[in-house]
Design a protein around this ligand. Structure first.
Ligand code: HAM
Length: 441
């Protein structure tokens, strides 16, 4: 026997129905925000991620050499592919581009609660619009998806931060351009590490200043509202004043979108991926338990870096299916799906071909139809009809067929009615609108 690989999941029909529920909500809400669906390859050149995703993802790649000697990787995320795709079509695409995707991704992480080696993401990205209205539109889409699943601000929080603010404050602390990436990385990981480890990482990036920077950075991480961030930014000169205004405008837009209750300023979010340049955010359960439900932000230079010439501002986010499913299950917000045919045909063996012809007509008319694939007595077929969960059992005995009739049993009320076979499709429609076969028929 072969087991599934660690971190990979199988989806039997009930799990698949649940996954489809997530996908349906993603698609419905994305369309309400006028985003269009696109798709891309699962396998990509390895270099796409080595250069663009940052060290953490690069260390988690599933990669190999194909038979043509190409170094390839299963996609760990979508953003670099999207950036390449947009760059190649930049001149012909009307801006802004609002695209979404639902698809599978692969990262060689340690499998644990909420983390697998294969998982699904819903990605939404908005390209060609540099202003905070694009960031607000994306955060509103994220909040609206949570709300459509039945999650409120009591359940989830979108923690909002800003890379521009961090860069301005690090400049103020005289951190050199060269030390910036490693310092931001240390800040990003500080929530998951012991204080000594963070101090060590800060010391490695800024020799002689580890302890001092640890204190300074903790103070910045605690700036938990707009006023305190504004005060700190206004001490950073003109660029700081400008950014404080953008924070204020973004907060105003989020309030207008009706999602300010679900968002919270939190500078401890930095985002591990290398390409982010502006406002960034991650969504978590409001209790703080578990890994992130979603993450995203602005990445204004990625398309230029990939294409060399096409300079387009961009922003986006991704929601993962694993942590979201765990959160919905915990709050009892995953609907139980009935996987059942609409109709179950019961017939004697001599009537099989007539029954098959009828089933073909019913299926064409959109009714899910099932029946026994091998000869079975009537009582066994009735039992199977009950087990199948079908709404109606259709009985085709010799006598009924000779008269061109069919007996229909409403499996909920046990009420029966006979009708002409040729009128069946229309009668089924009538029963549907009437809520079943009436007791006095
Ligand atoms: P990310 O934060 O790496 O961002 O992933 C987004 C979400 O995908 C996470 O919050 C989590 O729910 C899910 N996820 C990531 N890794 C795993 C895993 N190993 N197992 C289960 N779920 C996982 C990105 O991927 C960015 N490309 C998002 C983005 C789109 N930024 C701009 N546009």
């Amino acid at each position: 026997m072969f087991d599934t690989l660690p971190g990979f999941r199988e989806f039997p029909p009930d799990a698949c129905a649940q996954r489809n529920h997530l996908f349906r909500v993603f698609r419905t809400v994305a369309r309400a925000f006028d985003f269009q669906e696109y798709d891309v390859p699962l396998l990509e050149p390895l270099d796409l991620y080595l250069e663009k995703s940052g060290e953490e993802i690069a260390s988690q790649l599933f990669h190999f050499e194909d038979k043509g000697g190409r170094k390839v990787a299963l996609r760990p995320e979508l953003t670099p592919t999207l950036a390449r795709m947009i760059a190649a079509r930049a001149n012909s695409l009307p801006k802004p581009v609002k695209w979404f995707n639902v698809g599978e991704h692969f990262r060689y992480e340690r499998p644990q609660k909420g983390r697998g080696r294969s998982f699904y993401q819903f990605n939404a990205d908005l390209i060609g619009e540099p202003g905070i209205d694009a960031d607000a539109e994306l955060i509103a889409l994220l909040a609206s998806i949570f709300e459509t699943f039945g999650l409120s601000q009591q359940d989830v929080v979108i923690r909002l931060s800003d890379r521009v603010t961090w860069v301005l404050l690090l400049d103020q602390l005289n951190i050199s351009m060269d030390a910036r990436p490693a310092t931001l990385d240390a800040i990003d990981k500080s929530g998951r590490r012991k204080p000594e480890q963070t101090t060590e990482a800060l010391e490695a990036a800024n020799p002689g200043r580890g302890k001092e920077l640890f204190e300074e950075i903790n103070q910045i991480k605690e700036l938990g509202d707009l006023e305190s961030i504004t005060q700190r930014l206004e001490a950073c000169g003109e660029a700081g004043v400008l950014r404080a205004k953008e924070w204020k405008d973004l907060a105003g837009r989020l309030a207008a979108h009706g999602c300010e209750g679900m968002t919270k300023v939190d500078l401890s979010i930095v985002r591990g991926l290398a390409y982010y340049t502006g406002f960034v955010y991650e969504a978590f359960e409001a209790t703080g338990e578990g890994r992130a439900l979603a993450g995203g932000g602005r990445y204004d230079h990625l398309i230029k870096k990939l294409s060399g010439n096409c300079d387009l501002p961009a922003a986006g986010f991704a929601i993962g299916d694993m942590t979201l499913s765990d959160c919905l299950a915990k709050k009892n917000l995953l609907p139980r799906y009935v996987i059942a045919p609409d109709l179950y045909l019961i017939f004697g063996e001599p009537e099989r071909e007539i029954a098959l012809r009828l089933s073909a007509r019913l299926r064409k008319a959109g009714h899910g139809t099932s029946y026994a694939l091998k000869p079975q007595g009537f009582s066994k077929q009735f039992k199977e009809a009950g087990k199948s969960g079908a709404r109606y059992a259709l009985i085709l005995g010799e006598e009924e067929v000779n008269q061109g009739r069919v007996k229909v049993k409403d499996m909920r009320s046990s009420t029966e009615e006979e009708c002409m076979i040729k009128e069946l499709v229309q009668r089924l429609e009538e029963w549907d609108t009437e809520g079943g076969i009436s007791q006095d028929s």
